[in-house]
Structures are given as C-alpha cells and as structure tokens.
Design a protein around this ligand. Structure first.
Ligand SMILES: C[S@@+](CC[C@H](N)C(=O)[O-])C[C@H]1O[C@@H](n2cnc3c(N)ncnc32)[C@H](O)[C@@H]1O
Length: 268
C-alpha cells in the first residue's frame, strides 16, 4: 500500500467509526444530554473526544422543537446525504438558529411579494421561521429525501398550529437543477456546499434575473465561507454583514454562540 492509499484507508476507517459513535451519543436520552451541559460535568466531559459532539448542542431538543413539537435537531452525516459522492466540500445537516434567521429577515423590509427559498433546507427549521413573516410562499429544496420528508412533517405541524400563516413546502431536488419561481426571491443558505457549486448556483440565479423570470433576489448566507462568490457578482451589493449572537435561550443548542450572517441584494 502506498502512502496515498494508506491515507485513504485511514480516512475510511475513521469515518466508519466516527458516525456510528456519534449515532450512539445522539441516542442518549435528552435529559442525559442536558445534564452533560451542567458546568461541573461539562468541564471534564468535553475533554472526552467522542463526547465533543454532544457539546455542539445539536442533539439536544432545540427550544423551537420543544415549543412546536417539530423535529429539526441532530446532525446528519454527509454519507447519509451524498452516499459515495462525499468529498471535502460535503457538509452535514445541522439546523440554523431561529434568532439569527429572524434577525436576517428583519433586514429585508417588506417581504409580502417575496418567495423564501431555502437552498439545502434539511429538516426545515429556517422555513418554519420564515412562516412567521408575510412571505408569498415558503419553499425549500434538499438532496436528502429523508430530510425532506421530515421537513414536510414539520410543515404539517406548523400548518395545524398556525393555519393563518403561509404554508411551507420542501422538495427533494438538487438545488443546482432548479427552475426558480418567478417574482422576488429571498434565497437562504447555511453551508450547503463549497465555492464551485456556489458559483454555479449564482450563475443560475443571475441567468434567471437577466432573462426577467426573477424580478429581484436577495441572498441570505449563514457561515458565508464562499462570500467572495457573491461579492464578485456585478449584479449584487452587500446589504448586511455581521456576526450575530444567538438568542440567550439558544446558547448550548448549536455549535457556536454567534454566527456570521451576510446578505446581498440585487442592485436597483
Ligand atoms: C448545514 S445544512 C442547513 C440546513 C438548513 N438550511 C438550516 O439552515 O437549518 C445544509 C443542507 O444542504 C443540503 N444540500 C447540500 N447540497 C445540496 C444540493 N446540491 N441541493 C440541495 N440541497 C443540498 C444538505 O443535504 C443539508 O441538509
């Protein structure tokens, strides 16, 4: 075996051990996971490598799920989303923080004639939050059909509880193969993919805008590792760029305590 294939073998072994271990941690009952956040326990337990994932907070029942009875938590490993197509730019599923979504959408002014689209919607947490706003429609797309099913079960829960809100709907689709709905769009993203695919997504949006099928669009991008892609577009201008703190009640339910949030809109 040469050094490259030894490296590849090690990576495969690591992956095959890592996710079953994470699944075992994920199946710890919620009160046990919450107990692990007690400062006196956390101090020691977070030094245990496999327990580190607990401290992402993603496996605790998120306050929005506790409040609504939805399921938007957990981490979905890249293998369960991309199968054999996993590479270095394949990111896992994890949900965004509602307070950050509310903060971002509040920057955009009147949303009544806009469609909210989550590119890589996963279990649909941002769509749930978007239904709090007066969007014309709220939709999301994800590669992973099993996450889309969960998002649509969440949609049914939200629709029963808030019949006055615009319904949300998720579709199993590759976001790079979409035909965008006409009108004004708010395109939301939290780490769906890397720069190469991001450039393709922007090219698709720009073509739809230039052909007139999209009237205007904003890009709301959390953890904007590919911000340069949007900064280099002659059609867009940055409207907001800030590191936004999680709401206090969300601290301990996500990997950080704050997140970079960038927004671009089409120039007028
Ligand atoms: C970090 S998660 C974000 C989930 C959700 N947007 C949120 O903020 O709570 C990224 C999601 O992007 C999805 N994804 C990655 N590539 C995609 C593609 N080409 N088309 C559609 N979804 C994709 C993944 O399946 C994953 O669920």
């Amino acid at each position: 075996m040469n050094t490259t294939s030894i490296g590849g073998f090690r990576t495969r072994v690591k992956r095959s051990i890592k996710w079953p271990l994470i699944a075992a941690v994920a199946s710890l009952p919620d009160p046990v996971q919450t107990l692990l956040f007690a400062p006196s326990i956390r101090k020691y337990a977070q030094r245990v490598p496999i327990l580190k994932v607990v401290y992402s907070g993603c496996y605790r029942t998120h306050p929005i799920d506790r409040m609504l009875g939805t399921n938007t938590g957990g981490i979905e490993p890249p293998e369960a989303i991309y199968g054999d197509g996993v590479d270095a730019t394949s990111f896992p599923y994890m949900g965004s923080q509602p307070s950050l979504i509310r903060c971002a959408l509040a920057q955009l002014g009147d949303l009544r004639d806009h469609t909210f689209i989550d590119i890589g919607c996963g279990k649909g947490r941002p769509m749930i939050v978007a239904t709090e706003f007066p969007f014309r429609a709220v939709i999301g797309y994800d590669l992973a059909a099993h996450l889309v099913d969960i998002a649509n079960r969440n949609a049914a829960i939200v629709a029963r509880r808030f019949p006055e809100r615009v319904p949300m709907h998720a579709y199993a689709a590759d976001a790079l193969e979409l035909e965008f709905p006409p009108g004004k769009l708010v395109v939301f993203m939290f780490n769906p993919f890397g720069a190469q695919l991001m450039a393709r997504l922007l090219a698709n949006l720009s073509a739809a805008y230039e052909s007139g099928s999209i009237e205007a669009f904003s890009v709301v991008y959390f953890n904007p590792i590919c911000a340069h892609v949007f900064d280099s577009s002659p059609l867009l201008e940055r409207r907001f760029a800030s590191s936004v703190d999680y709401a206090e009640e969300e601290i301990g339910y996500g990997a950080e305590t704050r997140q970079d949030v960038f927004i671009w809109t089409t120039k007028t």
